[in-house]
Design a protein around this ligand. Structure first.
Ligand code: NAD
Ligand code: IPM
Ligand code: MN
Length: 346
């Protein structure tokens, strides 16, 4: 059966790494006898340039009808003063599709353990998941900006907290059954409700354990003892910051994929990083974040475990051969790395 996929390359390195992922998908289609219908649409800065809107109505309509969405990255200095920035398009898309659960896996491939800025014994075998609430909190509260004062309102309903905590426990049940909920319950009202709700939801999962950590100390423990975590669940802003921090454990943002799920619509798969304007158009970006996001799509949206695993194994093999992009201290270009993954798929 044909899988209908929408691809949103976006801006900066978004287009470069999307092209890598699409090449890998074309190859895996042949090798595994699959059929993908992939249509590209403008989004972010490219949406502003082509259609005057970071989330053009035709792009949103296509995403709503798709079975899964692949997104590169958006944003860049060119649009920083635009009346509607590319980032508003991204937040608008997440909200419109109800993508409340953002899954960000943090693992360290054996091939690059020695490249981590942290001690090898602390990073070898790291394998945890950040479950980031994605459609609530301070990102979506009322905003006011005046010359002498500004405010951003942070609101969470109990129902919003319940569904993301349940998502974290459902994932924990497939792993080592431990959830760490990260909040700032010593100060914030939203965090107090978060913690109390997490306790209530935990009672529905008697086979699992729940612990709480305050976000400031969690940020420290994540670097000091990353193996202490299995499933980390947290609110939108904390999850944004902690997951970029966690990318330091393997050693580069350029390898980090993610999946965003709604209650029942199409899921979206994107790297956790941005459009990296500092390295755009140089063919040096690490495409693994996008390639691994595509693998997550095959597994989580389509149940294509063999194909997903084949892509992940190929990426590992290429890194084992010492073929690395510049973010990991290597010399391979984006296209050379991609071609090596295609070879390794065979
Ligand atoms: P960034 O994530 O784009 O880049 C941070 C650093 O990581 C840069 O030095 C960059 O070169 C490096 N990097 C990121 N991805 C890489 C890759 N695949 N390979 C090698 N190096 C990589 O963050 P930023 O520079 O703060 O933001 C740039 C723009 O991206 C901003 O407009 C921001 O709003 C936007 N942004 C978009 C998304 C998204 O589309 N989901 C996410 C984060 C930031
Ligand atoms: C991310 C990005 C976005 C976020 C920005 C670009 C709106 O940093 O996907 O992590 O903060 O969610
Ligand atoms: Mn971010």
């Amino acid at each position: 059966m044909t899988k209908r996929i929408v691809a949103l390359p976006g801006d900066g390195i978004g287009a470069e790494i999307m092209s890598s992922a699409l090449k890998i998908l074309a190859e895996i289609m042949l090798l595994e006898n699959l059929d993908f219908d992939i249509q590209q649409y403008p989004f972010g800065g490219a949406g502003i340039d082509e259609a005057g809107d970071p989330l053009p109505p035709a792009t949103l309509a296509a995403c709503e009808k798709a079975e899964a969405i692949l997104l590169g990255a958006i944003g860049g200095p060119k649009w920083d003063q635009a009346p509607k920035r590319p980032e508003q398009g991204l937040l608008g898309l997440r909200k419109a599709l109800g993508l409340f659960a953002n899954i960000r896996p943090i693992t360290v491939p054996d091939a690059i353990v020695h490249l981590s800025p942290l001690k090898a014994e602390n990073v070898r075998g790291v394998d945890f998941v950040v479950v980031r609430e994605l459609t609530g909190g301070i990102y979506f509260g009322e905003k006011q900006l005046a010359a002498e004062a500004a405010s951003d309102l942070c609101t969470y309903s109990k129902a919003e907290i319940q569904r993301i905590i349940r998502k974290a426990f459902d994932i924990a049940r497939t792993r080592s059954k431990k959830v760490t909920s990260v909040d700032k319950a010593n100060v914030l009202a939203t965090s107090k409700l978060w913690r109390q709700t997490a306790e209530e939801v935990a009672a529905e999962y008697p086979d699992c354990t729940l612990e709480h950590q305050l976000v400031d100390s969690a940020a420290m423990v994540m670097i000091q003892k990353p193996k202490a975590f299995d499933v980390v669940v947290t609110e939108n802003l904390f999850g944004d910051i902690l997951s970029d921090e966690a990318s330091v454990i393997p050693g580069s943002l350029g390898m980090m994929p993610s999946a965003s799920h709604s209650e029942n619509g199409p899921s979206l798969y994107e790297p956790i990083h941005g459009s990296a304007p500092d390295i755009a158009n140089q063919n040096i970006a690490n495409p693994m974040s996008m390639i691994l996001s595509a693998a997550m799509m095959l597994r989580q949206s389509f149940g294509l475990e063999t194909a997903a695993k084949r892509i992940e194994t190929a990426c590992d093999q290429v890194m084992n051969q010492g073929i690395l992009t510049a973010d990991l201290g290597g010399k391979a270009s984006t296209t050379e790395f991609t071609d090596a993954v295609i070879q390794a798929l065979h």
